[in-house]
Structure formats: C-alpha cells, structure tokens
Design a protein around this ligand. Sequence first.
Ligand code: F6R
Length: 592
Amino acid sequence: MCGIIGYIGNKDVSEVLFHGLYSLEYRGYDSAGMAISDGAHLKTLKCVGRVSNLEDNYKNNEKFNGFFGIAHTRWATNGGASFENAHPHTVGKVTLVHNGIIENADSIKSSLINCGYHFYSETDSEVIAAFLDNELKHNNIFKSIQVLRKSLKGSYALGIIIDGDDCIYAIRKDSPLLVGVNQDEFFLASDISAFLRYTNKYFLLEETELVVLGKDDFKVYKDDIVVSKEFLTSNSESHSLDKLDYDHYMLKEIMEEPIVLKNLIDSYRSGENIDLYDLSRYDEIHIVACGSAMYAGLIGQSLIEEEAYIKVNVFPASEYRYKKKIFNSKSLVILVSQSGETADTIAAMREVKNMNIPTLGIINNPNSTMARECDKVILINAGIEVAVATTKAYINQVCVFALMAYTTSLSKGISNDVSLDDFDSIPVLLQNILDNSHVYKEVAKDLFEHDSCFFIGRGIDYAICMEGSLKLKEVSYIHSEAYQAGELKHGTISLIDDGIPVIAVISNSFLKDKTLANLNETLARGAYGIVVTTSELDDLKDFRKVLVPTVNRFCQSLLIVPTLQLISYYVSLYRGCDIDKPKNLAKSVTVE
Ligand code: F6R
C-alpha cells in the first residue's frame, strides 16, 4: 500500500504534492511527508497521521521554494506509525519515498551497519536509502540505481531525489507507478487519480525500466538504452474525485450505483466484450479474489452453478497462490479486483498464467497491473472509488457475474424465462431503494450501540451476508459474523445473548422457511431479529424489516446488498467512526 506522488515543473510544488497526497490517502494514512528541492537545497517535512496534519504543519512552516519534489502517505508495514518511520527517508545524499516491502532488508542492513551506517527508523525504506547512498560513493547515479535494483528482493515503487541533482528518479517492481506527462511538467504517482486534475496523458513504468524526470524532459531507460514510451489517455474524469454535496465518499459512491450499473448493462447490450460473458466452453471455473471482491465471486459461484450448471470454486487469493491447483483442459480462472493491484490476486494470476490456464479479469481500474496482464479483461467501469470500503465496484462485479450466468445459461439452452429487459429495470428500482434512507437509519439505530452482530442466510443469501457483515465491521468496528443459517447451532449459537442483533437475509423462496426457523432459534435465546427480504416473501410479522422489490433471480442481490451498505454507513455515522478511512485499513492492498 502507501501512496507516492512526485512532481517536477512550474506549478507550486507543494500544491501539486498535497493534491496528490489527498487523492492517494486511500492507500494508507498512518503518516505523511514530502521533500521539495530547488536542485541545491532540499527541505523535508513529515508527520504522524493524516495528510491534513502535514498540511497544517506546512502552513506553520516557512514556505519551501523548489521546482520538484516527492511525497508519501503511509500504511505501516515495517514499524509502527511514528515520525521516525514516516517517509521521505534521507540517508546521506539520498532522499526517497517507497511503496512495497523489501524481503532482504535485514541482510542488507547488517552489511551497511558494518560499513558504518546508523539507522533511526524500523523501516526497510531507510535501508534502501542507505544502500543507494553507499553505492553513490563508487558509482554515478544511473549505475547506482541499477545496482540497487539488482540487489533488492521484494516489492517496491521508489521515487528518489539525490542531493545536488535536479531530477526525480523512479523504479518499481510489483508495486504500481505511473508517469503523467504535460507540457513542461511531469508527474510520478502510484495511481492516476493523483495527477488527473493536471493531465490525463500518462504511461506505465515497466518493471525493467528506470525513469528520469528532468526540468525540460524525461527519459526512460531499459538497461542502459533509452526507450520511447507510448502515451495512454485516461477517460476517467477528475470530478469523480469530488465529494459533491455528500458528507462522505462512501455515501456518494453508494448513490452512484444506479448510474454505474446502468452504464455496465448498456455496454453489455451494445455488445462490448459480449463473448467474454459466455462461459459455456468451460466445465470448471475458479474464482480468485480478496475481501469484497471474493464475496462478489461467491454470488457469481451461486448464479453460475445454479443457472448455468458449471462447477465453480471460490478461493481467497492469499490461499490460492500457495495451494495445489488441479486443472483440466476446460478450466478457467476468473480474477476479481477493484484496484487491479492487490498483491495476492496479482501473484495468483501470474501463477495460473505460468501454468497456461486462461485467465479472465473482472477489474475496475483500467490502468492496473491486472488489467494489463490477465489474458482477457472485462472492465466494470464503476469509476474511481475513494472510500476505503468498496461499494459501487462490488455492485458492478456482481452485475458482471449475473450477466455471465445469464448469457451462459441462454447459450447452453438452460433457461429463457428471463430477458435482458429484466436487467434494464434494475437501476431505476435501485434508485428507489436508495432513496428510502429513513429505513436504513432506523435499522442503524437498532444496531449502533451493540458490540456484536450476526448475519444469517442460506445459499446466495449467505454470500450476501458475507458482504453485509464485512461492510459493517470494517466501517463501524462492530464485531460481526456471517453464518450459513443452518450452521449457527453447531457451536456459534452459544454467543447469542439477550438483545444481540441477528440479521436474516431471505431472498430465496425455497429456503425461506429454513432460514426463518434458524432465526427463530436465535430469538428463543434472546436475539433481536431483523429481516432483509423481498416483497414477494413478505408475510413476516413482528420483525424490523427491510424490503426490496422482487426481481429476476439473477439480479436480486443487486437490490439487497446496497441496503446493507447503507445500514453500515449509518451505523458508522452514529458511532462517529471515520467512515471513508476506517482504522488499520487501506484501499489498495499491495503487500502480501
Ligand atoms: C472491503 C474492501 C476489500 C477489498 C479487497 C480486494 O470493502 O474494499 O475487502 O475488496 O481488499 O481489493 P481489490 O478489489 O482492489 O482487489
């Protein structure tokens, strides 16, 4: 994780760096820092906590005059959130910012201590700075960075400034870095959102390349040779980063769900990538992802198995990458990721590709590593998500799975009772659901003073519960568990006490009575029941209820999950939590 921004040009450097840091803060917010140089003098400022702390500090300090700089927002890995561990790190002539984890930092550090270096932080990043400084005693900058690259094991994106020099140097491995290009100014960033306000022209730095950003031009080297780069143009709009009138990005992004869903369904209807939705040529599918993306995969599993009769297994990428994998000639691996930069999912993708098994990515970020490396890609086009908790991207991931199950079922001649027109009505229905905020606020009032909560459901409803429960715990810090409704009594029911909220999700008419019986078992032990269900199944009395319209079975979850997202949002609000940046989290998990 961690976010990096670098700038060289005629604008106010601190302004560009602060804008970049705020855009990248979703990647970590344990500390922040920046270094600005005029080529002869370099000034560094850093502090524990948020970018806003850094900005307050900056305003209280003498203004930095310079024409280039680097900055960093940190998600702590090696060492806690302290001033000493904050970036940039300076050792001798080297000042740098780092995103990633260096696996051989300890051995490098020992040999540098023998060379007389002292270390003041617990970070691997300070070790990199010392290594480079030591190399500079024997070699020029260019050669020293090449030696550094060959010596590091692990992942890194590095923005480097050298004392007395007037360029920014950058290399990367397994952590993203983009270079933004405008007339007479250049940007370096972990993510395009950091410079989209200034330019949408950019290129991706490859793992074998070194970029040198100078005042008037830039050069990219592959080994010792200068290579030319093809520029890409981003269609993402920088205004999607504005919070508009919403109090939080999470709420804004939930409210964007109808429109992103509509755009996705329209692009499918217009034939975009339509062949990728037909899975009928495969007889075994592995869905591999992390967190919410994996839970979207669980809904995919349920729909593809039930509707298209194809065997599907879902794995967390962190487990999948190390497990024995058994494939046949008709296997497909689907990788799901909002960021396209999640370290475990990328590792799983690369391993599967090495085994010559086809990979299909369901990705939001079109500029990401996974969007480039998966054999085939369906871009979900949900737009940039800023809130750490994913909402609209999850909904579009689920919609892709619904469309896949639908297409495959049709092409296999299994079902024809649902038409694409049934998908078309979903965004409007969802809009109506989102407008009922009083319902979710009432449920949130029931929940927010509790320490613990359960979600129960069966079949696809269990997959929905997994996401509902994750959302609640990550933004409100309430302990929450999702259980297959029938499993609760095999041990976990011992945790049910007076007043504990149990939320039952019931969208499946076939399993309704079973789940209800399990809910009643908890009520008999003092639980407080809340039911989330569809209008068709609503003959339930005496429960706090959340009702959504009954729609075709492919799309039902697209209407239920947003209600759980909103409940989590309001619970978090009532508990006074930091909704968009929950503690201990970061949006893009680029470490293992
Ligand atoms: C939860 C959440 C995470 C991500 C997970 C995977 O709200 O955002 O669980 O879903 O870290 O991230 P991506 O989709 O970027 O691979």
